[in-house]
Design a protein around this ligand. Structure first.
Ligand code: NAD
Length: 460
């Protein structure tokens, strides 16, 4: 395989004066904000959009909310899903008046969209990205971009061959709390970054739901190393501003799946509901009932699957040591059965340290904010409070603004393309391989991407 030739490497630090004095993110009207323009269409014509995958993410964040907020800028021209019932329910939920298609190629050829939104099951993303590009569209794809290195290479090659782009929707970069951390790192307040401690906790409600759904199968979602942790690895790649070099990992399945005391196929058909802490009645959620239960007859998919099914084949505890090209080293872990959901992170630098502890469920504080603590090695501590916002910490809305409102700039370099989408997944894929081989895995050995000391930013 021909390795990438990287002449684009650059480091453009923003002048973020007094970045940590308050909780304000850069003013959208400032000069820095006006410096770049990554949107797909900059003239006054509306963007024609098609969407494949009318599951919950497709119909809400990328369907109903887009029609509600961006109808001046976009028109839906087609919707596609291989479950006809979910497709019909999805169309009604979104409130779109466009045609629906079971046949993806027919949708692309008849409707000729400018952009294709891909919100299908993870192991199909590569097919729709490649085929969508070949049929003339730029792509907006949910994370993870792809679940293994062969699929990633297919996308890298398709982008090169077709000249089309693929934006990967890393909404986690857009939460104001995490954006503030990026600004503080760029301000030099903690000196040169040397290492990061990053520990993520999934709880026994939302976290457990990964073990109910298709996500429980490595062949569908690439395991939580890719499906979930690619969010976290993308944050690391963006915060550190360097590419990952090597990964050494451990992992096991010790709680869900075969470890459970009893099991059934799904909660509705279970004789153990009274004893089971994980019993969940999907019929109490009308949207889920209409989207999933009513359409089981088409594909047999059980949205309320038992978390203790014997076929669960992903890890529920994971740890990795990641080395970056610029020397930064990361200690990362993910635990999937915690009493609360959230994370702890600490950035260690030559002049001090930045800490954050976020509890996304069952928070212990009653404050309506997330905090960042910046402690100097020889100086005072600062406590910076960022107000909470809904939709992945406010990230979903800011991400959509940037995609759908023409000429929205990108001062914090939050736009992610194929290279960023690939590297986020490759860390998780390397972790899976490292567990299997009991050896560290080099990122450069996986695809044609050549890891760089200074991050190469995506232009869409
Ligand atoms: N960024 C985030 O915070 C976030 C949050 C949730 C989901 N997601 C991502 O969104 C995507 C969808 O997740 P979801 O929770 O909506 O799942 P879901 O199971 O509700 O929806 C997936 C849909 O894809 C359809 N589908 C599967 N294979 C298909 C094929 N070959 N052709 C056409 N349709 C097909 C299914 O029928 C289903 O309707 C996933 O990639 C997931 O990782 C991202």
């Amino acid at each position: 395989m021909q390795k990438e030739n990287n002449t684009m490497s650059r480091r453009q630090f923003l002048a973020v004066s007094g970045a940590i004095a308050g909780s304000t993110i850069i003013d959208p009207k400032s000069q820095a904000y006006a410096a770049t323009s990554p949107t797909l269409k900059t003239n006054n014509a509306k963007q024609k959009i098609a969407l494949v995958g009318t599951g919950i993410r497709g119909i809400s964040t990328w369907g109903r909310d887009v029609i509600r907020d961006y109808s001046d800028h976009v028109d839906f021209v087609g919707l596609c899903d291989n479950n006809p019932g979910r497709l019909e329910m999805g169309k009604n939920y979104i409130g779109a008046s466009c045609p629906t298609y079971a046949d993806f190629d027919a949708m692309m050829k008849e409707t000729k969209p400018d952009s294709l939104i891909v919100t299908t099951v993870d192991n199909t993303h590569d097919y729709f990205i490649k085929r969508g590009m070949e049929l003339g569209a730029n792509i907006i794809c949910e994370k993870p971009m792809a679940i293994d290195e062969t699929k990633i290479q297919t996308i890298i090659d398709a982008e090169k061959r077709t000249g089309k782009s693929c934006r990967v929707t890393f909404n986690y970069r857009y939460s104001p709390h995490r954006a503030k951390m990026w600004e503080i790192l760029r301000s030099g307040e903690i000196g040169d970054l040397t290492s990061i401690d990053f520990h993520w906790y999934l709880d026994t409600s939302h976290g457990a739901s990964y073990f109910r759904r298709w996500h429980r199968l490595v062949e569908k979602g690439g395991s939580l190393w890719v499906h979930k942790a690619s969010h976290h690895f993308d944050l690391l790649n963006w915060w550190i501003e360097s590419d990952p070099e090597s990964v050494y990992a451990l992992g096991d399945l010790e709680f869900y799946g075969k470890n459970g005391p009893f099991r059934a196929e799904n909660c509705r058909n279970c004789p153990h509901t009274k004893q089971c802490d994980f019993y969940w009645d999907i019929m109490k959620n009308d949207t889920y009932k209409k989207l999933y239960v009513d359409n089981e007859k088409y594909d047999g998919y059980l949205r309320d699957g038992c978390v203790f099914r014997n076929d669960v084949n992903i890890f529920d505890k994971m740890a990795a040591t990641i080395k970056y090209m610029n020397g930064v080293q990361v200690s990362y872990s993910l635990t999937a059965y915690s009493p609360y959901e959230g994370y702890r992170i600490a950035f260690n630098g030559t002049k001090g340290r930045m800490d954050a502890w976020v509890q996304e469920s069952n928070p212990t504080t009653d404050g309506n904010y997330d905090e960042i603590v910046v402690a100097k090695n020889f100086g005072k501590r600062q406590y910076i409070q960022i107000p909470h916002a809904s939709g992945h910490g406010g990230g979903d809305k800011l991400l959509r603004d940037q995609i759908f409102i023409p000429n929205t700039a990108d001062p914090l370099k939050q736009t992610a393309g194929v290279r960023d989408g690939s590297l986020a997944c490759l860390v998780g894929i390397a972790a899976r391989k490292s567990i299997a081989s009991k050896e560290p895995v080099m990122i450069k050995d996986l695809t044609t991407i050549v890891p760089q000391t200074e991050k190469v930013y995506s232009r869409i």
